[in-house]
Design a protein around this ligand. Structure first.
Ligand code: SF4
Ligand code: SF4
Length: 281
């Protein structure tokens, strides 16, 4: 169990607790302001990659202190966790409504509207979260070519998530002033700020999933398709055995490799049961 499960999940998966999606948490004015600022593209993410990148040239002890402080703040405000598709489905079983909206990171990094992000709400139809978003003046939602917030059924949303998985995108769930959960994203290391800070820069902005991947070598034919889609560099190939191997020190448990394997040779196991990965978050 990750730190948030202990703090916000009473020992269960924190993102499966209905309270963490509730409108009650949105009576906190600080949280409402954070959400409004976040989606207004004000101070939060623009420049994030550059700022984190500057850490590379800092003396080690300075970097360590800055990272500790920064990660602590992110955990208070906006922090994520990787989710495999089965837990996305469980989350959709907890919430009542889903909207799709343009991805914040792609907007900043690519300058284009790409609809990979999903807002979730426990309130039927339009909860406070969606009302807050709708009241924001979001340029990137109101241009001539956008369709604003799209309301989806949970079945439609899940179908989209399954399709993203086939395309190699990693599902992540996010807090907006922790522990309130406001959305699920579909991330690509090339464009997602949080994945870049976490994986490329080694400054965590998300937890690994509660799972880690295992390969069944009897089923693996060594085609290496899974290696191509792993965004975390966790899969290697053995020329001696002509099979892949999974580096559990790097595996985030996203399950994208599993979706790509036509031999059903990869499964996700509870992280706690994978000794090398059990305490890696
Ligand atoms: S995709 Fe499946 S069969 Fe191919 S190398 Fe990976 S685990 Fe083995
Ligand atoms: S090995 Fe599989 S489950 Fe682990 S990070 Fe890579 S794609 Fe995700």
């Amino acid at each position: 169990m990750c730190e948030f499960c202990h703090k916000h999940g009473e020992g269960e998966k924190w993102y499966l607790r209905a309270e963490n999606y509730s409108d009650d948490l949105l009576s906190d004015l600080r949280r409402r302001k954070f959400i409004a600022d976040f989606f207004s593209l004000t101070e939060t993410t623009p420049g994030l990659i550059e700022r984190v990148g500057r850490l590379r040239v800092m003396p080690r002890f300075v970097k360590s202190a800055v990272v500790t402080h920064r990660v602590g703040r992110w955990k208070e405000l906006h922090y994520g966790q990787v989710l495999p598709i089965e837990d996305v489905e469980r989350v959709l079983g907890v919430v009542s409504a889903v909207v799709r909206l343009p991805c914040y990171c792609r907007h900043i990094n690519l300058g284009t509207e790409q609809r990979f992000c999903y807002g979730v709400s426990l309130a039927p139809q339009e909860g406070e979260m969606f009302r807050i978003i709708k009241e924001i003046d979001m340029d990137y939602l109101t241009g001539p070519d956008t369709s604003g917030l799209e309301e989806l059924t949970k079945e439609e949303a899940l179908e989209n998530f399954r399709q993203y998985e086939k395309e190699g995108l990693c599902h992540t769930i996010w807090t907006f002033v922790t522990p309130f959960i406001g959305g699920i994203c579909n991330c690509d290391r090339s464009d997602c700020g949080a994945m870049q800070t976490t994986v490329t820069e080694g400054v965590p902005h998300m937890f690994r999933a509660e799972y880690a991947a295992e390969v069944n070598l009897e089923l693996c034919n060594g085609c290496r398709q899974c290696m191509r889609v792993c965004q975390f560099g966790a899969i290697g190939y053995s020329a001696a055995t002509e099979k892949i191997f999974i580096d559990h020190l790097r595996c985030y448990g996203c399950g994208i490799c599993r979706a790509s394997c036509t031999k059903d040779a990869i499964e996700l196991r509870d992280r706690v049961n994978v000794p090398v990965a059990a305490n890696l978050w």
